[in-house]
Write a protein that binds this ligand. Structure first.
Ligand SMILES: Cc1cc2nc3c(=O)[nH]c(=O)nc-3n(C[C@H](O)[C@H](O)[C@H](O)COP(=O)(O)OP(=O)(O)OC[C@H]3O[C@@H](n4cnc5c(N)ncnc54)[C@H](O)[C@@H]3O)c2cc1C
Length: 625
C-alpha cells in the first residue's frame, strides 16, 4: 500500500478536506464521484487527457509494458453509513480484436479489502462497470486501484452511490457531484491567444510576444513540443532558414533539440529547453494542463474567448482575446468555433490533383505508436500473450524499434476513433514483441532485449484540416505556382503514406505502411493558407493549415510548421498595430509582414544546433532514421 495515501488520510482527519464531496448531494442521494485524475496518489498510473474530446475525461492508464504498475489511491469521506453501489467507468480495450478476456484488468480495494469484481471487462467502448455493493461506515476511507497485468488497464472515475440505476453521463455527474465553480474563472484579456503548444504554437506565441504583444498559450499536455516532445518522440524534419525569407527558422533553432531521430530516449527531445523558452518571454502567460473545450463568439465570425478545462480537476478558465491561433494539430479550436474542415483524401475532381484518387475515400496519413527495446546483460522475459494478433513466422518483424512505418488507423476516423487507433498501435507492438521473444526463429537473438519504451500517445500526422483564403494543392507545388504572398518555404517531398500491401493482405487492419514520394523544389507557402476563411480573427499553423491531403505531405514536417507559427505571430503583430484582421494583411499590409519576415523573430547569434534529417528519397524503412 502506498505511504502517500496514509499520509493524506492523516491530513484529512486534521482538516476539512475539499474532498468531502459526498455532502454535495443533489438528486443522487449519497453519491461520491472519485475521478482518477484527482486521486491523491496516482502511483504508476498515468493521467492522460488525449482523448478528452471524445470520452470527455482524462483517463488513468496502467502503462506498465506488461508489468503491473504501482497502485493508485485516494481517500474520501462518507457522511452517513450505508450500502454503496460501486461503479467504475472503464473499457475492455482489446475486445475490438480478440474474443479472449484480454488484459487491462484491475481491482478495487476499500480500506485494504478487495471487492470481488475484476474491472476492465465488457465493451471496448467506455461504460460503467458495476462492482456490486460495499458497506461504508461514516468517516474517512481509502480507495486503492490495483493493476493486475501492466497492459494498459484504464478508468476515468469511480462512483459510489446509494441510488439505484445506471450512473449516466460523466459530465453531468461531474457537474452535480464535484465542487466545481458555476462559472469559468476569468484569466485576462490578451492580444493573441495561441491554442496548442507544439512547435508551431510555441513559435507563434514567442514571435508575437517578442514584438510586444500580450500573449496567452494554452497547452493540454504537461510538456511543450507536441510530436517533438518526449511523449511522442518524433525528430524535427525539414529545413530552416531557406527560401525567400531565410531569417525564418532561427527561432526554432533556439529551442529545437540538437539531436535527431525518432523513437529515441527521452532526453533527446529536450522538453526542459522548450519549457524554458516559453518561460523566458515576459509577454507570454502559459496555461499548461488546460484543454480548450469551448469558445465564446462575438457574432458568427469572431471568437471572443476560449474556455479551457483543467485536465486534472476539471475546473474551467476563460481567456479573452483579440486574435486566436489554432495550433492544435486536430483543428480543435476551429471546429469548436464552427469553421468548416476537411479530413482524408479528396477526390481528383475537387482540386484536379493528378495523384488524388478518383473518389474521396477518407484515408488519412496514419498515426504511429512508436517503441524501442534496450539490450540488457542477461535474458529478459516478456509475457507470452494469448490475446494478440495472430503473428507467425511470415509476419513477425525482427525489429528493435517501432519507427514511422509502424502506422495505424489510415482507414479510421482520426478524431472519433483516436483511442481505438492508439490502442491498435499498442496491440500490434505487444503482439509482435511477444511472438518475437517467445516463439520466433529470432528468439535467441532478442533474448537480452527488454521492451523498454512504448508511447501511449498517438503520434498523428493528419486529421482535420481547416480552410483559409487559399487551399494549397499538389498542382501549386508540382507546377511551382508562385504567389505574391508566398512566405514559409517547404523543404520536404510530398510524402504520402499508404498501407504496406503485404501487411494489408494479411491483416484486416494493416499496421505497416510505406511512403510514396513526389520530388519538389523548396516552395513558398502562401500566407493565405495560414488564416481562416470562416472565422475572421483566427490564424492556423501546423498540420491543420489550409492544404489538400496531398499538399499536407510536404508542409507537415515540424520545421516548416514552426516557421508557419513564426509568421502568424508576426501577422498577429501587424493586425494589432493596424487594428485589422488576418484577412486584411494581404495585400493591404503585406509589406509590413514582409519586413518582419525578412528580419525573423529568432536570434541569429545563438549557436546553430539543428542537425538536419534530410528526406530519404528512397522512402527506405529503416530503424535508424
Ligand atoms: C511517427 C511520426 C513520424 C513523423 N516524422 C516526421 C519527421 O521525420 N519530421 C517531421 O518534422 N515531422 C514528422 N512527422 C509529422 C509531424 O510530427 C506533425 O505533422 C507535426 O507534429 C504537426 O505539428 P502541430 O504543431 O500541428 O501538431 P502537434 O505536434 O500535434 O502539436 C499540437 C499540440 O496542441 C495540443 N493540443 C491539441 N488540442 C488542444 C486543445 N484543445 N487545447 C490545448 N492544447 C491542445 C497537443 O497536445 C499538442 O501538444 C511525423 C509524425 C509522426 C507521428
Amino acid at each position: 500500500m502506498h505511504f502517500k495515501c496514509f499520509y493524506y488520510i492523516y491530513i484529512l482527519e486534521k482538516q476539512k478536506p475539499h474532498w468531502e464531496i459526498g455532502v454535495k448531494m443533489t438528486d443522487r442521494n449519497n453519491s461520491i464521484l472519485l475521478p482518477g485524475s484527482m486521486f491523491e496518489s496516482k502511483g504508476g498510473w498515468i493521467s492522460d487527457p488525449q482523448f478528452m474530446e471524445v470520452m470527455k475525461s482524462s483517463e488513468l492508464l496502467a502503462h506498465g509494458l506488461g508489468k503491473p504498475v504501482q497502485d493508485a489511491c485516494t481517500s474520501f469521506h462518507v457522511k452517513s453509513a450505508a450500502d454503496y453501489h460501486v461503479w467504475v467507468r472503464t473499457k475492455n480495450w482489446t475486445s475490438w480484436w480478440t474474443d479472449r478476456p484480454g488484459p487491462g484488468k484491475f481491482i478495487l480495494l476499500f480500506d485494504g479489502q478487495a471487492v470481488e469484481t475484476v474491472f476492465g471487462s465488457g465493451s471496448p467502448e467506455w461504460h460503467w462497470q458495476s462492482g456490486g455493493i460495499v458497506h461504508l461506515k461514516d468517516g474517512y476511507h481509502r480507495l486503492t486501484v490495483h493493476d493486475l497485468d501492466g497492459f494498459d488497464a484504464r478508468f476515468d472515475a469511480v462512483l459510489l452511490t446509494t441510488a439505484e440505476g445506471h450512473p449516466g453521463d460523466i459530465e453531468i455527474l461531474r457537474k452535480s457531484l464535484l465542487d466545481l465553480p458555476p462559472k469559468p474563472e476569468f484569466k485576462g484579456r490578451y492580444d493573441f491567444v495561441v491554442v496548442g503548444g507544439g512547435v508551431a504554437g510555441m513559435c507563434a506565441a514567442i514571435s508575437a510576444a517578442r514584438l510586444g504583444n500580450k500573449v496567452a498559450i494554452v497547452q493540454d499536455r504537461k510538456v511543450f513540443g507536441g510530436n517533438n516532445s518526449s511523449e511522442v518522440r518524433v525528430g524535427l524534419g525539414g529545413r530552416l532558414n531557406i527560401g525567400k525569407f531565410p531569417s525564418l527558422g532561427y527561432l526554432l533553432n533556439e529551442f529545437g533539440p540538437a539531436r535527431k531521430g525518432n523513437a529515441r530516449p527521452a532526453d533527446i527531445y529536450e522538453d526542459d529547453k522548450k519549457y524554458e523558452a516559453i518561460k523566458a518571454e515576459d509577454n507570454i502567460t502559459m496555461f499548461i494542463g488546460y484543454r480548450v473545450t469551448s469558445v465564446e463568439k462575438d457574432g458568427e465570425r469572431l471568437i471572443s474567448s476560449v474556455i479551457a478545462t483543467n485536465v486534472d480537476d476539471y475546473r474551467e478558465i476563460r481567456i479573452e482575446g483579440s486574435l486566436f491561433a489554432d495550433c492544435t494539430g486536430d483543428a480543435t479550436l476551429g471546429v469548436l468555433a464552427g469553421a468548416s474542415w476537411a479530413m482524408g483524401r479528396e477526390a481528383r475532381s475537387v482540386y484536379g490533383e493528378p495523384s488524388a484518387p478518383e473518389s474521396a475515400d477518407g484515408i488519412t496519413l496514419g498515426a504511429s505508436i512508436q517503441w524501442y527495446s534496450e539490450t540488457r546483460e542477461a535474458p529478459v522475459a516478456f509475457p507470452d500473450i494469448d490475446w494478440g494478433l495472430p503473428i507467425d513466422e511470415q509476419t513477425v518483424q525482427n525489429a528493435r524499434r517501432g519507427q514511422w512505418y509502424w502506422e495505424v488507423g489510415m482507414r479510421d476516423d482520426m478524431i472519433s476513433e483516436a483511442e481505438k487507433i492508439r490502442d491498435y498501435g499498442m496491440y500490434v507492438a505487444y503482439s509482435n514483441w511477444s511472438y518475437l521473444k517467445n516463439h520466433s526463429r529470432f528468439r535467441d537473438e532478442v533474448a537480452n532485449e527488454e521492451f523498454a519504451w512504448l508511447s501511449y500517445y498517438a503520434g498523428k500526422r493528419e486529421s482535420r484540416r481547416l480552410f483559409g483564403a487559399h487551399v494549397l494543392t499538389e498542382n501549386d507545388l508540382r507546377n511551382f505556382v508562385e504567389y505574391p504572398d508566398g512566405c514559409v518555404s517547404t523543404s520536404w517531398y510530398i510524402d504520402d503514406h499508404e498501407p504496406d500491401p503485404d501487411n494489408a493482405a494479411r491483416f484486416k487492419d494493416p499496421w505497416l505502411s510505406r511512403g510514396r514520394l513526389t520530388p519538389l523544389d523548396y516552395y513558398p507557402i502562401p500566407y493565405r493558407c495560414l488564416y481562416n476563411r470562416d472565422i475572421d480573427n483566427m490564424f492556423m499553423a501546423g498540420r491543420d493549415i489550409s492544404v489538400s491531403h496531398l499538399a499536407l505531405g510536404t508542409v507537415r514536417v515540424m520545421r516548416t510548421c514552426a516557421m508557419e507559427g513564426e509568421v502568424i505571430g508576426m501577422a498577429a503583430d501587424v493586425c494589432c498595430s493596424n487594428s485589422c484582421l488576418p484577412g486584411d494583411i494581404y495585400p493591404g499590409h503585406f509589406d509590413e509582414l514582409k519586413a518582419l519576415m525578412t528580419k525573423g523573430a529568432g536570434d541569429p547569434g545563438k549557436p546553430y544546433l539543428q542537425t538536419y534529417t534530410l528526406i530519404d528519397t528512397t522512402a527506405e524503412r529503416s530503424e535508424n532514421c
